[in-house]
Design a binder for this molecule. Structure first.
Ligand SMILES: *Cc1c(COP(=O)(O)O)cnc(C)c1O
Length: 457
């Protein structure tokens, strides 16, 4: 831009006088609008795309800048990645019953720590406990902020200044900067590694035992598979070793699966009940993975051990709020009728929907796009593989269906889909943008069609 043009850029004050900008002042605070105006002028100075005089273009640019400022950073997106429990996109969507429960409890006051029978103080820890013991077969339960917190609390309670014995094959990174050895060290435990990366035997654990042992720790291989010359010691063999040593067997289970999903082709993952039965003293899991509830760390197991954890001052720092408890309680309640759980809990519904149903939906969506003048060579149905995500069923590929979009620049289209008011997150494969329907609930279909049609036009 020439120095003359730069000098000719409109002043912030005069832009604020434009009719279109004055309208914006009716809907947003003056300072915010002024800030948007200033940013547009700055941008014009750098890019020279806006020229003095074209008032309509300035108003449009100011509107867009204002909209960006008014947007929350935490927004809804449509997950078309084909990864159901996508950690970056918020893991499990909540069931309707859970949303209702949050609303009911959050709108006013609640029995969070109040006993209506006695009129006295109640315990926050009383909520969800009965449901969790009923659904897992454990003696007692405790809910904290997330599974990482559950592990910290357990290790700090039983291994502070003592040995936590763990296989070298389980010193893993779970993702999101969660590394088992680092978490263990922070909780005060002395890490005692046994076995090798690929093979650990019962005798390795027996040999590591001493009067300093605080617990035996086992971590579920939730986000990777190990194949070939491998050996690990299952819970049911670890349980007697821990019992002989007189220490608890802590199991970091992660996934939180409460229902056997093998009828839907998802095999190889134990349920929480299986792990309790196998002899883990305490089982720790996430609320927002395969359980399909809110972010939470659930600990089930031996009543005395749970009680010791409850009395640890750290439990106060890691405690959950009423919104989480409300949502978790409502989600767990749905499990009392397993047939209902797989349809009412979105994560389970998404994981168990037959691929043929998704293909039919994809065909309907492609037809709707053609009606919006998208050329047939651009939009097609594609067969894809979806995954569970969230560190569960690591090897599983779930047959799925996607809308496949073939355009000159897939990168630009992918970015345009992400850039709208409701971002659509897909993926690029073999030069095409794929919008996988496995994690898109059908009520979003109309919105998806209109967002895609807009992005393509
Ligand atoms: C996911 C996972 C965790 C961490 O759970 P958060 O609820 O995200 O803290 C811990 N351990 C295992 C085995 C996991 O799969």
């Amino acid at each position: 831009m020439t120095a003359d043009l730069r000098r000719a850029l409109p002043a912030v004050g005069s832009l604020l006088e434009l009719e279109g900008v004055r309208c914006l002042l009716a809907t947003a605070p003056h300072d915010l609008v002024a800030d948007a105006v200033r940013s547009v002028v700055d941008q014009a100075r750098r890019t020279a795309i806006l020229v003095p005089g074209d008032d309509a273009a300035w108003v449009r640019a100011i509107e867009t800048a204002l909209e960006q400022r008014q947007r929350s950073t935490l927004r809804r997106v449509i997950n078309a990645t084909g990864v159901v429990l996508h950690t970056n996109l918020g893991r499990a969507p909540l069931a309707g019953a859970a949303l209702d429960a949050i609303r009911a409890v959050a709108q006013g006051y609640s029995t969070l720590e109040y006993d209506v029978a006695t009129g006295g103080r109640g315990s926050r820890h009383a909520h969800c406990t009965a449901l969790l013991t009923e659904l897992t077969g454990a003696e007692d339960a405790l809910v904290v902020n997330n599974c990482a917190a559950a592990l910290v609390l357990a290790l700090n309670t039983f291994c502070d200044g003592r040995d936590a014995v763990i296989s070298r094959g389980e010193l893993v990174e779970i993702g999101g900067s969660f590394r088992v050895p680092e978490i263990m060290a922070r909780s005060g435990a002395r890490l005692v590694e046994v076995g090798t990366t690929n093979r650990t035997h019962a005798d390795d654990y027996r040999r590591a035992r001493s009067e300093r042992t605080g617990a035996i720790v086992s971590v579920h291989r939730s986000n990777f598979t190990l194949e070939g010359f491998v050996a690990s010691v299952p819970l049911r063999e670890l349980a007697p070793i821990a019992a002989e040593a007189g220490v608890p067997l802590l199991y970091d289970f992660g996934s939180g699966l409460l229902l056997d999903l093998s009828p839907w082709g998802l095999t190889g993952e134990p349920t929480a009940r299986d792990t309790v039965k196998a002899g883990a003293s305490l089982v720790m899991m996430s609320g927002d993975k395969l359980l399909g509830g809110p972010q939470a760390g659930i600990i089930v197991g031996n009543a005395e051990l749970i009680d010791a954890m409850r009395r640890n001052p750290l439990a106060r720092a890691l405690r959950v709020d009423k919104l989480t408890l409300a949502a978790l309680d409502a989600t767990l309640r749905l499990y009392r009728d397993p047939a209902r759980a797989v349809t009412a809990i979105p994560a389970l519904m998404m994981l168990t929907t037959p691929a043929t149903a998704l293909e039919e939906r994809a065909a309907r969506l492609v037809a709707a796009l053609l009606l919006q003048d998208v050329p047939p060579r651009v939009a097609r149905v594609a067969r894809t593989d979806a995954t569970v995500g969230g560190g569960a069923f690591p090897g599983a590929r779930i047959p799925s269906a996607a809308i496949s979009l073939e355009v000159e620049s897939p990168e630009k289209l992918e970015a345009a889909l992400r850039g709208g008011t409701v971002p659509v997150v897909g993926r690029i494969a073999e030069g095409k943008v794929l919008l996988d329907l496995r994690a898109v609930t059908p009520e979003l279909d109309d919105a998806l069609v209109s967002i895609v049609a807009t992005a393509l036009s």
